[in-house]
Design a protein. Sequence first.
Length: 503
Amino acid sequence: MKTYLLLLGALMLLCGSLAANNITVSNARVIAPTDYTTADIAFDLSWDNSWRLDTSPNNWDAAWVFAKYRVDGGPWQHVTLGSVSSSPTDVTVELMDNKGAMIYHSVTASGTASFTDVRLAWDVATDGYDGMGLLDLQVFAIEMVYVPEGAYSLGTGPDPDPANNEVDEFYTCCEDRLPYVVADAGAILVDSVAGALFFNDTEDPNATVSKRPALRTGSIPAAFPEGFSAFYLMKYEMSQQQWVEFYNTLTPSQRTARNISVQTSDRDNDGWRNRVDTSLTNVASTTNPFVPVGYLSQNDMYTYLDWAALRPMTELEYEKAARGTAAPLNREYAWGTTASRTGSYVLSNKGASNETVQGPTVSGTVRGNATLGTTDDTEGIIAGPLRCGIFAASIPTASRLYAGASFYGIMELSGNQWESVVVMTSLEGRAFTNTHGDGTITSQGLYDVATWPTTRNGVGFKGGRADNGPNFGRVSDRTYTTLQFSTANSRYKWLQTRGVRGL
């Protein structure tokens, strides 16, 4: 982390730049005001593998940028942004709810994004800073992908062999069981009547925990984010470095609640690659910064999203993000085919920012790459998720199939770690709306967004994890959307989330 110390009259500013998931904020600085009503936060921003397409799927990647500040070592607070002061040529800087900015190419582009001297106006007066005391400022950036507005399909349709159908997948009721088309942003009828959205509710004979009953009648309200409307989704699963950066802004009481390194019934261990260390009093660290974080609970995940001014993803948005507008394919994975890697990977540069896998082919046939089931390295020492975006960095040529990427270029939606989603199988889940976190959590370290689920009844899991069989990684598989886990505080090594900014 680079630091900058500026002494301007009575105002002392300590500004930091942080890097995670190969995205970097550098040259961060505050251009101090004279009247302490506004101030410019200026910085440079860069990340690799960036794009904007003017052909299908007509989308782009972006950086969600927000900032935190504290005075004289006090508690960290979320920066309120007033406007965009200036932006580089051919770059869009879109302010959202005054809590952060989405920054992306405004013209067709491909390769490294490098934006110099982006300036956001800080509403100092609203935040109540009067220019007195030592000011610490941190600027955070998270890579996102834009998922455009439009119709898409849920479910993949029936297979002649029922054993090949995804568990409890969505379909259009009743006889033909064809995929259900989400054609607009209105309410969706759920029922066993012709034309309605429907699904089975079966027991998994291999499950070690019981299911909760699924609500299969009524309507999914129009306010529920059903995937038709456009949204931004995190490009990668949350890294351990991102979690550490969040944790290090918390107060002592908040850290006690969000300490994922303490012993639990599913405690961290080297075998699952979790290396978040909170043994030092004032700072957390990790020796696996680029590997996805695990050992999260519902409360951990949602508190991070509230802090970052994002929101959770719904299970319908998951299918849209993976499949896009393409025609559904029975038993498909996020990369759009039914072929998944079956042989083990050999890992290079383990734990480093350039961690890669060797040999992304099997018997001469290119298969979608994912960390699922039998893909542990030949030395048998992975036993857990691989680093965020590893397959895109390992491929010999640009390819959605090689990279294991979704229709929109989102990584690891199949495999690695389970994707936490808000489900539509309970009243609590259906009460969820497109309401984002405000950057502020409670003094006890908990999210407080009114429409978000507060119990496990509103939460499920999609996409599979590193030690799962390949079937769990299929886009329409819903085996784990209604499993009943213990509590909202229960932590699991394979669980985490992705943040969304809905539009």
